[in-house]
Write a protein that binds this ligand. Structure first.
Ligand SMILES: Cc1ncc(COP(=O)(O)O)c(C=O)c1O
Length: 358
């Protein structure tokens, strides 16, 4: 099915003001955004308009009761300037799983894909070309109903905007294994990409930063024993040649990068284990010298090497960067797939195409 997307192009492009050699993450926004409205049980009024402010009512439900979800994905360009997505359909699938958990309407998959293709094609000059850079795409949905009282809204906005970004973590990161605060408990909303999950992480993250660590390594909510994930990334360990990542048991975000990496590692014959992993196992592996690598994975960072993990007052240093073969292989492979220097044999790369607008 093809959707009617109205196009109102900007007459005042900001592209010439962007310093593509020096792009701060998350501060530069492209010229256009996609907007759709959910009213009377259906999505309508799909449009692309100049990026800019919009009004919300003071009783906007999302601002009070937190019905707000989002996605994060990227488009990149090859040397000839052709633009591509990596597994874009996975993001709308996850968006809709998040929507269901937060009692929000799902967004039609084909409309989502048409919207990102149209938007990115329109603003493709905004895709940065430097290594490790991309056009970040932020789809999000929030309850814009005007009402005081805890109930699901009957009206929503779905918006997609984009912006050029450079590398998220240019340097290896340090992790603080958190034993006071939690990110997610079984039965909660940890598996949804819900705004509330991120607000709950801010205070513990600030405290970890004050202690000198970059990111939090979240542990389970019952025993502070099982490793969940990191800030905005899933986590992988390489112990004695085995690549281990926590199973997605309902409390971690099912990262699309995590899934891609597991498929890549399997294809290349690595020994993989997706299972509960305890912080004690990591401490033990560090002690006996078998903890070889640790890295976080996500759309923004792709792969962020971890150089130190702090647990109960002990700092565990990881082996030197030059020895990080698996994390580096994965990062190079995903970057290479994205900028088309590595052949895509899995059908993951989707060229951005122009759709007609009205
Ligand atoms: C909490 C959390 N975990 C993991 C990830 C990684 O997910 P993905 O690989 O889909 O970007 C993200 C980023 O979206 C995240 O916010």
């Amino acid at each position: 099915m093809k959707y009617n997307i109205q196009l109102n192009k900007t007459t005042n492009s900001r592209l010439s003001q962007v310093d593509f050699d020096n792009i701060p993450f998350g501060k530069v926004f492209s010229d256009h955004m996609f907007v759709a409205e959910y009213k009377d049980g259906a999505w309508s009024d799909m449009r692309i308009e100049p990026f800019g402010y919009f009004e919300v009512h003071p009783a906007c439900l999302a601002l009070h009761y937190g019905q707000a979800i989002f996605e994060g994905m990227k488009a990149s360009a090859d040397a000839d300037g052709n633009a591509y997505f990596l597994r874009p359909e996975k993001h709308v699938e996850r968006l809709n799983r998040s929507a269901e958990r937060l009692c929000m309407p799902t967004f039609p998959e084909e409309a989502f894909l048409q919207a990102i293709h149209t938007l990115v094609d329109l603003d493709k000059e905004w895709i940065p070309k430097a290594k490790g850079s991309a056009l970040y795409i932020r789809p999000y949905m929030f309850a814009d109903g005007e009402f005081l009282g805890v109930r699901a809204s009957d009206s929503y906005k779905f918006i997609i905007f984009t912006g050029p970004v450079g590398p998220y973590y240019p340097k290896p990161v340090s992790l603080y294994a958190e034993t006071e605060y939690i990110r997610a408990a079984e039965g909660g909303i940890g598996e949804a990409k819900a705004a509330g999950n991120y607000s709950a992480s801010l205070l513990p993250a600030r405290k970890a930063n004050e202690k000198g660590y970059d990111q939090i390594l979240w542990l389970d909510a019952k025993e502070f024993k099982y490793i969940q994930e990191v800030g905005t990334m899933n986590i992988f360990f390489v112990i004695d040649g085995k690549v281990i990542t926590p199973h997605a048991g309902g409390t971690i975000l099912r990262g699309i990068t995590r899934e891609t990496i597991l498929m890549l590692l399997e294809k290349h014959g690595y020994d993989i284990e997706v299972r509960p992993i305890t912080i004690d196992e990591v401490v033990e592996a560090h002690k006996n010298g078998t903890l070889q690598e640790c890295f976080g994975t996500g759309t923004a960072a792709v792969v962020a090497h971890v150089h130190l993990i702090s647990y109960q007052g002990e700092d565990m240093e990881l082996p030197a960067m030059e020895t990080r073969k698996i994390g580096t292989f994965i990062k190079d492979t995903i970057d290479g797939l994205r900028n088309r220097t590595i052949e895509d044999t899995e059908g993951w790369i989707v060229p951005v195409k122009a759709f007609e607008t009205v």
